[in-house]
Design a protein around this ligand. Sequence first.
Ligand SMILES: Nc1ncnc2c1ncn2[C@@H]1O[C@H](COP(=O)(O)OP(=O)(O)O)[C@@H](O)[C@H]1O
Ligand SMILES: [Mg+2]
Length: 376
Amino acid sequence: MIEFKNVSKQYEGGFTAIHNLNFTIKENELLVLIGPSGCGKTTTMKMINRIIEPTNGEITINGESIKNKNPVELRRTIGYVIQQIGLMPHMTIRENVALVPKLKKWDESMYKDKIDELMKMVGLDPNEIGDRFPDELSGGQQQRIGVIRALAADPDIILMDEPFSALDPISREQLQEELVKLQQEIKKTIVFVTHDMDEALKIADRICIMKDGEIIQIDQPEKILRHPANEFVRQFIGEDRLQDSTILPEIEQLMVPPVTAYPSRGLAEALKIMRDKRVDNLLIVDKDKKFYGVVNIWNMRKAFGDEQLTLNDLIQKDIPTITPDENPEKALLLVNNSPYGFVPVLDHDDKVKGIINRSSIVKFVANHLNDSLGGI
Ligand SMILES: Nc1ncnc2c1ncn2[C@@H]1O[C@H](COP(=O)(O)OP(=O)(O)O)[C@@H](O)[C@H]1O
Ligand SMILES: [Mg+2]
C-alpha cells in the first residue's frame, strides 16, 4: 500500500505543481492517474520512487516513510516503465530484461527461466528474439520488453508513465489488453499515467482524475462514469460516453447459462453433450462449479481416436475470464478479441456463474430495444 499524506511539490522558481495530495494506492490494484498535460501526473509518480522529492508531506509504502530508504535501493524494488523505453542498444533482449536482477547481484539461476517466461507472457518467442538487439524489434515489441524488464526483478510496485503513448493505435490496444491479462496473473501494485480516458477505462481498477496539481475524483471506472464529481470530470469523460454508459448493462445481464462437464468425462460423452446442447466448447468444472478451463470441439476431434483420453487431458486454461463486478465494456472487448468467442464469468472463488458470448450480447441488446420500443 502506498499512501500520500499532505504531499506538496513546489519547483524551484516557486511554481506549485502539487497541492496537498492525500490518497492511498491499494495493494495489487492498478491505479490510473489521468488529467490534462501539466496537471502533475508525472511529478506525482516520480515522488514514489524519489526521482522527485516532495517539498512537504510524506509518502509511505506499507507504512514506512520512503524518506528513510536509500533512493537507489528503493528504485530497484520499484519497476519503472516510460514512453521512451530506453532499452540498452548494445545489449541483447535477454540481457536488457536481466538488467535489474543483475544490478541486484542475483544468481543467474534465479532469473534465467523467468526471463523467457516473461517474454512468452507478452506473446514474444524467446528463442526467436532473445538474442537480438533492440533496434531489430518493432516499437510495440520494444515496449513489451520495457514492460517485462520492469517485472524481471519481481518488484511489488510498478510505475508506468504513458508507456504506450508513442505506439500506433493497434499495438497500443494490444498492449493494453496484454497488461490487463498480465496483471491478472502477476498481481502487482501498478500506478499507470495516461491522458487517454479510453485507455484508463480499459485497464484501471481505479482512476484518479487530476487537475492543476489536485485530485478531483478517485474511484472505480464505473462509478466515475455514472457519478462524475463535477463538470470538469464530465467533460473529461466526454458526453457521448456518458450517454452510452447509461445503457450499458451489468455483467450478469449479459450472461447465459454455461454448458459444463466434469474433467473425468470421456470424449464420446463430451461430444454427445456438445451435440445435444449445440455448443462447440465445454466449460470444465468440478462438483462445486469451480472453473478448470475449456475444451474446444476441434481439439476433441483431433484427439477422439484415443479412447483412454478424458476431458482433463484436453483442458485449455489460457482463456480470459471476468467477474460480475467488472466493467461490462471489458466483457464486450474480451468477447470480441477472445479466440474462443466467449468469456466465462467467475465469482471471486473461481466458480462459474455463466458465460458471455456474441449471441448473449445480441440477445440482451435486442430485448432491451424491444422493451424500449414497446415490444413490436
Ligand atoms: N523541473 C521542473 N521545474 C519547474 N516546473 C516543472 C518541472 N517539472 C514539471 N514542472 C511543471 O509542473 C507541472 C506538472 O508537471 P508534470 O508533473 O510533468 O505534469 P504531467 O505529467 O501531468 O503532464 C507542469 O506545469 C510543469 O510545467
Ligand atoms: Mg507527464
